[in-house]
Ligand binder design. Structure first.
Ligand code: ATP
Ligand code: MG
Length: 248
């Protein structure tokens, strides 16, 4: 059984805030993850990349203790209240307004109304605060889920495809918030299918294919290793080379 014991580990002088060691997972007789080991240090933006079905969301579910692994272990260097999570199923209440959805979380973390409104304004939803979730566009819903994930200023933040439904401007706004959060010491663990975003945002990336990590390193390092340069570092071609799957 996987375990998540919320301890801080120090590995060769680096504080690991997220660590997964030799984790495997099967659903039925399908091996979804095989011997996954990864670490993210304090203030790092760690990107998990890979084709659809590779096992990215499963890794986030195991790291956040929502799913037990079959073997191996996980550790986070923070308590569960210091974790922020935005998964691709956003879990918002459709008949409640943006403000009401946020306030449900704010009550748990004892955050006042100003804190909630600040978070909504930060993601460009200040004017939409009294709109019901079922009246929002997909991108607005995604920004609301993001605002909810960062509301309590988590020290470890998991984001599953945080910009997948966003227009370029909103996506850049979210990326800037992620950069600011990481610069203030939060460790960010994100998945994305956008290779430019990974190069732009991530300090370190791991590329997973069919439940196995097939490449990892800083985006520039691994692009250099694969001699993958166009006019900018071309992580996209590493993705296709290592997985055989076209970018979507
Ligand atoms: N609860 C479950 N029961 C059975 N199979 C599952 C379950 N959850 C995920 N899987 C399978 O595990 C594999 C990995 O799924 P996962 O959601 O982790 O992929 P992903 O990399 O996040 O993909 P995407 O990019 O499409 O979000 C897939 O084959 C999926 O069908
Ligand atoms: Mg997924």
């Amino acid at each position: 059984m996987g375990e998540c014991c919320y301890q801080l580990t120090i590995n060769e002088g680096v504080i690991n805030m997220i660590s997964m060691k030799n984790v495997s997972k099967q659903f039925g007789d399908v091996q979804v993850l095989s011997d996954i080991t990864l670490n993210a240090s304090k203030g790092e933006i760690f990107g998990l990349l890979g084709p659809s079905g590779a096992g990215k969301t499963t890794i986030i579910n195991i790291l956040t203790n929502q799913l037990a692994s079959d073997g191996g272990s996980t550790e986070l260097g923070v308590t569960s209240k210091e974790v922020g999570l935005m998964i691709d199923v956003d879990g918002l209440f459709p008949r409640l307004t943006c403000l009401q959805n946020m306030q449900l979380f704010a009550n748990v973390y004892k955050i006042n109304k100003k804190g909630v409104i600040d978070a909504l304004e930060q993601v460009g939803l200040g004017k939409a605060k009294y709109k019901k979730v079922n009246e929002l566009s997909t991108g607005m819903r995604q920004r609301l889920a993001f605002a909810r994930a960062i509301l309590h200023k988590p020290k470890v933040l998991f984001l599953d495809e945080p910009t997948s439904s966003l227009d370029p401007g909103s996506a850049e706004g979210v990326r800037q918030i992620i950069r600011d959060i990481a610069a203030n010491g939060t460790t960010v663990f994100l998945t994305t299918h956008n290779m430019e975003e990974a190069v732009d945002l991530c300090d370190y990336v791991a590329l997973i294919n069919k439940g196995v990590i097939v490449e990892e390193g800083s985006p520039v390092e691994i692009c250099q290793k694969h001699d993958a340069k166009k006019t900018t570092w071309d992580l996209g071609s590493v993705f296709i080379k290592m997985t055989g799957v076209e970018l979507r």
